[in-house]
Design a protein around this ligand. Structure first.
Ligand code: ADP
Length: 534
């Protein structure tokens, strides 16, 4: 049996929590991995039982207001990325269940669209209040199934809920238009109407926010939805759905199915009832959905991969640059589509920045996200760690050097050390593809022209960041970067009030903000003729 040495008491406390630590300190400091598993799983069990007591731990899907299993009874385990434990089994559904969810969403559509914006607004507001009232439970659920540190998970609950509040307000402001007609006997009126049933397919990295960002806008517009959360993180989606039911959102307006992703996706794409697909995930799946949507000519919003550059100019405030880059790179252990992927540092500030940045990265505590003080949780699964390892191997074989980290963390197979690489170059995979992990590659550059060319040298165009104190440069660079979102002296840019989305192969459409609701509305033109003048 493998032996694990628990050296310092500080480390021990972070791994196990202070009370367990007291108990364990009475034992010899050398314990087996089995014993560590036993102790480290306890906080998970406590957290999950609290969520259960609150009635927010569902193991069934929601279709037409009913909690249902798969027709054939098949289930799918949901694992904790930190310990590998099975948290709950959820239904493994396919086409039949998805079609029944589409049917329920279609039936609910007429009633839901007929409500006034103000009535829908009140129900969304109720949902928001319940989400916030259950912030702790939802936060724990996110950490349990997704792995991010609890403080980040609680932040996601607020961020995700804010979309519901924002679109509750927008529901009352879906304005049409009156256009001056070029003929004296006509009037031209523009109405905005809900597109219909929406299919929403969401990823695992933000188990709550990626759902609310879509469905809150859809519901405000008067659409109903079939949501397919990631099979890796369905529990938060189900808890949010439970709260939507409690808020009074009518049966069938929100349906949640999960299981066989391609089959569920195919059923959504094939249906003539589903008028809109909204997707956040990989570019590869996004392209499949785009092709699939052609069959029934559906509206489409796609929020796909990124390859975010972060540029540190010589004239940057170094503390601001380190703080912003650290937050954008290491939030959610680098598993966000707006995570910094390539860090360009100008020659004059390179040594100073790399030292300060490495010192900051070194201070990040790695561990189970439920434990106090942890800033870096596990990656979502072993496949994610293997991808990081492939990127590292490629970079090192092409001349990159490890300044910090550079290997799996001793905590277990889903943990990776926060890593800083130097001497990276544009021929490395890490320059071309999202690493989606805690690896920060530094690239030295000389001129503004060079760095803009390198930053734009990618098929993706989601987020970009740069740090400078020169106002003219700030405008010049912001306008030259071919990305949908640009953080200037700021590493965390997501908010419900701003339009989130990308250009190039990063996707289509925008989420959040006043623009987000347009994705769920059709424009209808009314021409009123034969109007007699005095
Ligand atoms: P990631 O690599 O980040 O998990 P994916 O694009 O694979 O990104 O997953 C995002 C979402 O898309 C998840 O809900 C996943 O289950 C779903 N998905 C994966 N493959 C398909 C597919 N062929 N059709 C529909 N949805 C899919």
């Amino acid at each position: 049996m493998q032996l694990v040495h628990l050296h310092s008491t500080g480390r021990l406390e972070n791994m196990l929590g202070s009370s367990l630590c007291r108990i364990l300190r009475r034992r010899p400091l050398k314990v087996t991995r089995c014993q560590v598993q036993e102790f480290t799983t306890s906080p998970q069990k406590i957290a999950i039982s609290k969520v259960k007591e609150a009635g927010l731990l569902h193991s069934k899907a929601l279709i037409g207001g009913k909690w249902l299993g798969a027709n054939d009874g098949r289930t799918l385990p949901v694992h904790s990325p930190a310990t590998g434990e099975v948290l709950v089994e959820v239904p493994y559904m396919g086409e039949v269940e998805t079609n029944s969810a589409i049917n329920e969403a279609s039936k609910a559509f007429a009633g839901w669209r007929a409500l006034t914006g103000s009535e829908r607004s009140k129900l969304l507001r109720n949902w928001y209040d319940l989400l916030i009232a259950n912030k702790e439970h939802l936060g724990h659920l996110i950490t349990l199934e997704q792995g991010k540190p609890l403080t980040e998970a609680l932040g996601e609950v607020v961020y995700g809920s804010n979309f519901v509040e924002f679109f509750a307000e927008e529901a009352k402001r879906i304005y049409g238009d009156i256009i001056p007609a070029p003929f004296s006997d006509r009037r031209i009126v523009v109405l905005k109407q809900p597109v219909g049933v929406v299919g929403a397919i969401t990823p695992w990295n933000f188990p709550l926010a990626m759902i609310t960002r879509k469905v809150a806008a859809a519901f405000a517009a008067g659409c109903t939805a079939v949501v397919k959360p990631s099979e890796l993180t369905p529990l938060t989606a189900l808890a949010a759905a439970e709260l939507a039911c409690q808020a009074g959102i009518p049966p069938g307006v929100l349906n949640v199915v999960m299981g066989d992703a391609p089959r569920i996706g195919d059923a959504l794409m094939a249906s003539n009832e589903v008028r809109k697909i909204t997707f956040t995930g990989s570019t590869a799946v996004g392209k499949k959905l785009m092709a699939g949507a052609a069959g029934t000519v559906k509206k489409l919003s796609l929020e796909l991969g990124g390859n975010a550059p972060c540029i540190i100019f010589d004239d940057a405030d170094i503390d601001v640059a380190v703080k912003g880059t650290l937050a954008s790179k290491f939030r959610n252990s680098g598993q966000t589509c707006v995570s910094v992927n390539r860090i360009f540092v100008q020659a004059g500030i390179y040594d100073k920045f790399s030292d300060a940045f490495a010192t900051a990265v070194k201070s990040l505590e790695v561990g189970n996200g439920l434990h106090k003080g942890v800033a870096q949780g596990p990656l979502i699964n072993e496949a994610a760690v293997e991808k990081v390892e492939r990127h590292l191997e490629d970079a090192l074989s092409k001349g990159a050097k490890v300044l910090l980290g550079g290997k799996k963390h001793s905590l277990g197979s889903t943990f990776y050390e926060p890593t800083v690489l130097t001497d990276t170059s544009t021929d490395m995979i890490i320059f071309r593809e999202e690493v989606f992990g805690p690896v920060a590659p530094l690239i030295k550059f000389k001129t503004e022209e060079d760095v803009i060319q390198m930053a734009n040298d990618t098929l993706f165009g989601l987020a970009a960041y740069f740090f400078t104190q020169n106002l003219s440069r700030a405008w010049r660079v912001a306008e030259a970067l071919e990305f949908g979102m640009v953080g200037i002296n700021e590493g965390i840019i997501s908010t419900e009030v701003a339009p989130f989305g990308g250009v190039k192969q990063s996707g289509l459409g925008r989420e959040g903000s006043k623009y987000g609701i347009d994705e769920y509305l059709e424009v209808k033109y009314l021409c009123m003729g034969s109007i007699k003048s005095f």
